[in-house]
Design a protein around this ligand. Sequence first.
Ligand SMILES: *Cc1c(COP(=O)(O)O)cnc(C)c1O
Length: 432
Amino acid sequence: MMLMQHLNTMDPEIKGWIEKELARQRDGLEMIPSENFTSLAVMEAMGSILTNKYSEGYPGKRYYGGNQFIDEVENLARDRAKKLFGVEHANVQPYSGSPANQAVCFALLNPGDTILGMELAQGGHLTHGYKVNFSGKYYRAVNYGVDPKTHLLDYEAIRAIAIKEKPKLIICGATAYPRQIDFAKFSAIAHEVNAYLLADISHISGLVISGVHQSPVPYADVIMTTTHKTLRGPRGAMILVPKAADRLHDVHHPDSKRNLAELIDAAIIPGLQGGPHNHQTAAIAVALKEAATPEFKKYGEQIVKNAKTLAEALTTGGLSLITGGTDNHLILANVTPLGLTGQQAQELLDSVGITMNKNMIPYDTRKPLDPSGIRLGTPALTSRGFTEKDMVKVGELITITLKNPDDSVKLDAVRKGVKELTDSHPLYPDLK
Ligand SMILES: *Cc1c(COP(=O)(O)O)cnc(C)c1O
């Protein structure tokens, strides 16, 4: 692997752990829906000498000298992002998704303003207004959830909350919602109550690019996405502004003379961050180039086909899926009917080489550290080349495991099945 000879001499301990982690990624079924396997090209950019450079500011307007090549890299990343998503402005400097959401709030809101986001326990993100997060501490956060019976977003209920609470910002997007999000409906609600709409597409941006999920571009004021989930780039994030010249409609905002693009850029630096991570910017640029190919479109389509096939296999195996299935890359299942908790299911699956995470299900009666559900998805396995016929087997292995927690013979057979699947789709064969 890149630079590993030097690491071997300087710090064999860390090298050893990286090798162990590589083997773990290779030999297991990676099904955490927010994870993926980025390309070696992305990793080469990420592991490059660009990490050495300070570049506070933006291309053409830096506080340090020597940025002529960094400017080219960041311009490429921005231009590729704008073209790929069809937006007028892109900021590629956020260190990750959470700081990016913080920047959007910092740009559009004053402390104490009301924000409306999806409740964490029902599928939202910490940064969408959770009480101990910055978003719940510095703003007056109110939440919407899903319908108690269908577990689907209920847009009439969301509208009613918006009318009552008058948020200045509505955040749509989720970390654990297995269905499509209707950005047009969110936009209508935001317009009705004169709120900004932030579409957080961290989980689904790769699906949006592939055309298998509605795009928020015609509807949202601002879009945030991480770059390391279905987009399959390095760890990082981007803030996209569909209409750069749009202005704040709140005349009392101290910065109302600036347009949305300027407000976002100023929120990143000098608002929240210092020097951008140039190696990360370069790796994002590479990932965006990859995402613009016809192969990537097929990849996104395959993620959804795989998830639907897996959902059917799990249902056939007796699992109870929230909303009865999936439209996207992820599945949320209630494991308590099998006599297990989410924590037990996660540990049991880990012990046979299948990695996923415990998760709250809507209206869960259990606690976050040992909830009723598990959350799993197909982006990473699809990157390894898994197709529908593999997903049928994966579904079988999962249900056999969950139904036979104490049967060591059956669990050993599952371990063998995992090995057969991973051997037939090698991960990073070029890495020695
Ligand atoms: C992953 C995620 C984030 C945060 O990203 P980090 O890079 O982990 O900080 C924000 N919002 C949503 C919806 C996410 O899924």
